[in-house]
Write a protein of this length. Structure first.
Length: 437
């Protein structure tokens, strides 16, 4: 995460100056550790948990999604995408398993045409003459070669001396394939989905048996399909009784733009859904996909640990002010290191203000003053270039993500300082939460 890198760099800059002032790295590290503890506690104390009130919590999530999306290309469409991301994550019902959310990119239309579909979509078509719609689907998901009825003969090293011989070999291959399809049919599935190609002959056999067969589903698609339909991926077919088939209420074809996709609805993993991203060009869609993925990550973390904190530099200022106060009560040079840590914390709000083209020195000192007098919702209102109430403006971020930035940056900076100076000290205890994103 960019914030961690920025924060680490800022801490190292401060460390350099402290070392110039002949403060021992050991002392710097001791001061920083105290600072981290204070900052962490201040952050926790300022955090809020609205998860008991689903209306309020949804509003928190929307605010977090908007905050995450507002820095991206998507910013004009952030309302729409914030809603999509929140709707998808709320479906997870706290499991936070992002695997259940599939993102499909389809060029055409505009970003606003992107939508959430509460089924699983597969960008594939059934084989010719096979059913296009299956109710109460029993799905056999496989990863097996089914492309060996013809080409193989020519591709292999068998020396043949006549066309008759080729025909004979082909026939043998066909027989083998037929046997394989029969074994597959013994599983009593009405849908067969294979990761690999299915050639014409087996395709025709499946059609004759009234089975929908889908070839060449990509790896990601297969894995997710297994997850959402509750089936397993098989590659041998000798014991049908042991194989767990996937299930769903209905498989049907749906039009998206100009393409026809397969929709699996009523899947056992009820939280599964698909976000279809539309947009004029591949580039726009790719950018939307990345931003949406970031937002989903942050939201999923928030669903698991529902505490929120305020953004717009509010949390950093709040931590910095707490650390400065603690430094005032700390004797010796450790206090100097703590002050340095507080300055590094203020770096992020300064960047926010600078980037927006405002007088950061002025704004940050006002912000510090507000926090010092106990106003812990004051932050930067970058629309207006002045201090604002983050609570009122709904500028919200995830508590865990913020805490992770604090801990990871401190840990990384300490590690570099240690290596740089080959300090012999007890290793820092591991931080308990490492992010997923
Ligand atoms: C906190 O500070 C912000 C920004 O100056 C201000 O808008 C808000 O009214 C203040 N809140 C309180 C409770 O003083």
């Amino acid at each position: 995460m960019l914030q961690i890198v920025l924060q680490t760099a800022e801490l190292l800059k401060e460390a350099e100056q402290l070392i110039d002032q002949k403060i021992h790295p050991q002392t710097i590290i001791a001061g920083w550790r105290k600072a981290v503890d204070v900052a962490r506690k201040a952050l926790l104390d300022a955090s809020l948990d609205n998860s008991a009130n689903s209306e309020k919590f949804r509003e928190d999530l929307l605010n977090i999604a908007r905050t995450t999306l507002s820095s991206k290309i998507l910013s004009q469409h952030k309302e729409h995408f914030a809603k999509l991301a929140v709707d998808a994550v709320v479906r997870l019902k706290g499991s936070g398993d992002l695997q259940a959310i599939q993102l499909i990119k389809k060029t055409g239309g505009t970003l606003e045409d992107s939508f959430l579909d509460d089924g699983f979509l597969l960008d594939k078509k059934p084989g010719v003459h096979q059913p296009k719609r299956v109710e109460k689907a029993r799905i056999l998901i496989a990863n097996t070669p089914m492309d060996t009825d013809k080409i193989k003969v020519f591709g292999s090293h068998i020396k043949v001396d006549s066309m008759a011989k080729i025909a004979e070999l082909e026939l043998a291959e066909k027989e083998k394939m037929k046997e394989k399809v029969n074994k597959i049919l013994k599983h009593n599935a009405n849908v067969f989905i294979n990761r690999q190609l299915i050639y014409n002959y087996p395709e025709q056999l499946f059609a004759d048996a009234g089975v929908m067969a889908i070839e060449h589903a990509d790896f990601d698609g297969i894995e997710r399909l297994a997850l959402v339909t509750g089936g397993e991926i098989v590659s041998t077919f000798d014991s049908p009784e042991c194989v767990k088939l996937g299930k769903c209420d209905l498989i049907e074809q749906v039009m998206i733009g100009e393409d026809i996709l397969l929709r699996f609805s009523g899947v056992p993993l009820g939280e599964a859904c698909t976000i279809v991203i539309r947009g004029a060009t591949q580039q726009i869609i790719d950018e939307a996909d990345r931003s949406l993925h970031d937002a989903l990550c942050v939201l999923a973390a928030t669903v698991k640990e529902s505490r929120i904190v305020y953004g717009g530099g509010c949390s950093e200022t709040l931590m910095a002010v707490a650390v400065s106060k603690a430094a005032a009560n700390t004797p010796g040079k450790e206090a100097v290191a703590m002050e340095a840590f507080a300055r590094a914390l203020l770096h992020l709000p300064i960047i926010i203000a600078d980037n927006a083209g405002y007088d950061s020195a002025q704004l940050i000192s006002e912000l510090k003053a507000a926090h010092n007098s106990g106003n812990n919702t004051a932050g930067l209102d970058m629309e207006k270039g002045e201090r604002g109430d983050m609570k009122l403006l709904g500028i919200t971020e995830s508590f865990v993500v913020k805490r992770q930035v604090l801990l990871s940056a401190a840990e990384a900076a300490e590690m570099i300082l240690r290596v740089d100076n080959i300090i012999k000290a007890a290793p820092r205890r591991r931080v308990e939460d490492r992010g997923h994103c």
